[in-house]
Design a protein around this ligand. Structure first.
Ligand SMILES: Nc1nc2c(ncn2[C@@H]2O[C@H](COP(=O)(O)OP(=O)(O)OP(=O)(O)O)[C@@H](O)[C@H]2O)c(=O)[nH]1
Ligand SMILES: [Mg+2]
Length: 210
């Protein structure tokens, strides 16, 4: 039996906004979707779900009005570097066991993301990650701050830097999210904008949201 209950009111949120945006050809955080940047949209969606909010990247995004936390580990760890920075940030805040991460390129992520991930946490070292349509989305996760140092050393010493490899070593629950009804077809809430074509598709989804 496990009687750990996550304090839902103490969860910090971190928007992962690093990376090369090579497929988009320019910084995704500042890309405009119907007049507002992806960063603005994702911050607005996350803010009511968390206690404090910070933005992470390898370099400070343009015109960033939020607390900024840089990647800490060297090298090319990709999203793992952002997840690690988020965990290390959470560890500096008193009374925090878990930190939630979201991706800057997914403007339609669920408004109840943190509630559902938090419900899956039954131990201080438990990880919860989102999935939809049978695919996992580890950049949308609730991460134990006590694993920060372990993740850092693993990123630095192991050539395999993928998020899923780290997850295999730990107690992880995948939380499946439903597709979102719209006036057209069903929208995967974790639809992510990687290319200019994806941006055009996101504009079309915006028009049919209910
Ligand atoms: N902190 C941090 N976040 C990253 C890094 N690379 C990717 N991310 C984030 O991870 C998430 C998924 O990124 P992707 O869409 O796969 O990759 P990307 O590097 O942004 O774009 P591509 O170059 O087109 O692959 C996004 O939220 C990125 O901001 C990194 O090196 N550091
Ligand atoms: Mg992406």
């Amino acid at each position: 039996m496990n009687d750990f209950v996550l304090d839902r009111t103490s969860i910090p949120g971190v928007v992962l906004a690093g990376g090369r945006s090579s497929r988009m050809g320019r910084d995704k955080a500042s890309v405009l979707l119907n007049g507002r940047t992806l960063l603005e949209r994702v911050v607005e969606q996350l803010e009511p779900q968390v206690n404090t909010l910070a933005v992470n990247a390898d370099a400070t995004p343009e015109n960033c009005r939020h607390s900024f936390i840089p990647d800490i580990v060297p090298g090319k760890a990709g999203p793992m570097a952002g997840i690690h920075a988020a965990m290390a940030y959470g560890a500096t805040l008193g009374g925090v066991t878990h930190v939630v991460t979201v991706s800057v390129d997914s403007p339609f992520f669920p408004g109840d993301l943190v509630d559902w991930l938090a419900a899956a946490i039954d131990a201080p070292d438990k990880i919860a990650i989102a999935s939809s349509e049978g695919r996992s989305h580890p950049v949308f996760g609730l991460w134990p701050v006590l694993l920060a140092d372990e993740l850092a050393s693993w990123i630095v010493t192991d050539e395999r830097r993928r998020v899923l490899d780290f997850l295999l070593r730990h107690d992880v629950t995948e939380v499946a999210f439903p597709l979102r009804p719209t006036r057209a077809s069903l929208l995967d809430p974790f639809f992510n904008v990687n290319t200019p074509d994806d941006l055009a598709e996101a504009e079309r989804w915006l028009k049919v949201l209910v």
